[in-house]
Write a protein that binds this ligand. Structure first.
Ligand code: ZN
Ligand code: ZN
Length: 180
């Protein structure tokens, strides 16, 4: 494992959250938010209101900048989020998770918890000198973000099906070339 388990889970969740802001709204309603949170095993209090959904959507462009910025700006964003939400790291254990870091109380607003969790994960990425693992999907026209946690830094496509799409187009290109 490259990072601690909670860091990796948080990075994957942050990328998935950013990628819900594509051409098609990936978080159209509270049910979609529920499904997202279940998939990424988020715990803690919820209000299940439109305001909560809106706050989570509004977090996406801020997190997107973590992918699109150079190191110094990433650091400024991370430090800004930690200050803004008064992050206080604590080791906690709940459910079947082993000890991991929470830096906001379980009753902090959902968007605040998601923001701080992402910021905490980026601390490890910056300290490890691994920002190069955060990239844009290479599939033409995709625009999603990628977290490459692979050993050999080989992940080029996002998790929204671009790997398959790229394999299909490469196959078609080979077939077309063979016909000529
Ligand atoms: Zn937890
Ligand atoms: Zn993609």
């Amino acid at each position: 494992m490259l990072f601690a388990h909670d860091t990796e889970a948080a990075l994957i969740a942050a990328a998935a959250l950013v990628n819900t802001a594509g051409d098609e709204e990936g978080l159209p309603d509270l049910a979609a938010l529920d499904a997202f949170l279940d998939a990424h095993r988020f715990t803690g209090s919820r209000t299940r209101t439109e305001a909560e959904l809106r706050a989570v959507r509004q977090l996406r462009p801020r997190l997107r900048r973590l992918w699109d910025s150079g190191e110094d700006e990433v650091v400024a964003i991370v430090n800004g989020l930690l200050r803004e939400y008064e992050a206080l790291p604590q080791l906690v254990r709940h459910g079947d998770w082993p000890y991991h870091l929470h830096a906001t109380p379980a009753n902090a607003p959902l968007a605040a918890r998601m923001a701080v969790e992402a910021a905490m994960a980026f601390i490890d990425v910056v300290r490890g000198g691994e920002l190069g693992r955060l990239r844009a999907c290479e599939f033409p026209g995709c625009g999603n973000v990628v977290v490459d946690l692979s050993k050999n830094r080989s992940k080029r496509f996002c998790d929204a099906g671009c790997g398959n799409r790229a394999a299909v187009s490469a196959y078609r290109a080979r077939k077309a070339a063979a016909r000529q």
